[in-house]
Ligand binder design. Sequence first.
Ligand code: GLY
Ligand code: MN
Ligand code: MN
Length: 512
Amino acid sequence: MNDQTSPLTTLASETTPDAQPLADRGENRSQRPSSPAFRDFITSSWAPRAASTVVPSPAAEYTAARRAALSDAFPGDRLIIPAGTLKQRSNDTDYRFRPHSAFAHLTGLGTDQEPDAVLVLEPSAAGGHDAVLYVRPLAERDTEEFYADSRYGEFWVGARPSLDDVTTLTGIQAAHVDSLADALARDVDTVRLRVVSEADDTVAALVESLRAEAETDAEAAAYDDLDAELAEALSELRLIKDDYEIAQMREAVAATIDGFAKVVPALPTATGHRRGERVVETTFDAHARLEGNTVGYETIAASGEHATILHWIRNDGQVRDGDLILLDAGVEVDSLYTADITRTLPVSGRYTDVQRMVYQAVLDAADAAFAVARPGTRFSDVHAAAMEVIADRLADWGLLPGTAEESLAPEGQFHRRWMVHGTSHHLGLDVHDCAQARREMYLEARLEPGMIFTIEPGLYFKSDDLSVPEEFRGIGVRIEDDVLITADGNENLSAALPRRPEEIEAWMASLR
Ligand code: GLY
Ligand code: MN
Ligand code: MN
């Protein structure tokens, strides 16, 4: 249990007086000796710690500019960006920690374990802001945390960086998280606080209580707006990727393409297993853990009619020869950038005629979207270009209750029965990146160099869809690539993964 209670932990237990601190749960089965003699024994006779080998992170050169842009947007305000805290999975076990993406973007910290860290941009008298990173540093060996704290202690989860290490790594002044509450309370009557409230409930509650001290009714009504504006700005800051981010995205895409190549030779194992989709999922996910941090989202391994379920992540179905398998998967690299790629592969290695026809329609829609993806095009027009092709093909097949033009009109949209999702979303630290950006900065915005988003049209004919010919039923196809907008057009970052049917067949044959 944690005797090194920080002001933040105290606040959390005050707000939920009856709650047992998480670290105490499971106490009934723990057998922790606690005599003074034991404590003296376990905290003594350790060799001095080795000298630090921490070097500046390659992200550090870029994060200062990101913080400066945020500083410019909110002069004079105290900006609070928590990493978030450990999340309980069950009883006394937590999920693996992943920092909030806004925190990762502004600090460059990726897989480094920094639960409870908080970045504060403190308005400075000289203008601009000073960044301070509040962290829980490595505890000394003479503390109980060292050996007895199963959530944070070195004995239990390994050593964390010291304050100096954090500063070296990030280029940001580091301070102990125990000093956060006082730092946030300074001058609250005159300094406006803005917090990423979704990241850490305890920090959000602390900010709320500080605001309550200084509050007038008019201000109270506006607090949500202050925080929403910060969330929007943080999302919009990520719409254009810098060179470091683009390099990380290339690595994420390359690792993902390698993962797809690992899946192809596993398909015979998948067809021989009662839950073949799990063979596909775990083959990809093992690769993601080995070559990156993990997957960027739950892998979709959807065979046969499961491919018509957009986010099929149960992945407990059979994989049958003759089926298509839709694999939508992304490796998240250690910096936390993720790819998001889909290929729909013939399990046998060859598409049937009807599978090929549906596949080609989706591919034509994707190609139409690529053809307009360049600076100046409106984001929503990329989707419109894909939808024209989708509506056209569906009309050719006689599936629409009217013409393609009628379907494309706002009051029509009949083609959406077979593709209810959008064609594109921004991609980066989050698979659905920049999600809190304003509409005028996202859907209605003009494309600019440095934007990275997906192009992912699909067609999904459910097995019980009586509006389509029988041979279409149970076929789902999505083709998803990751696209970088360049000065005069676009680059398909995932172009190295075959996407034309004959190329896919040749690639699969070469891997078997
Ligand atoms: N993998 C989720 C998506 O494509 O948006
Ligand atoms: Mn996607
Ligand atoms: Mn996807």
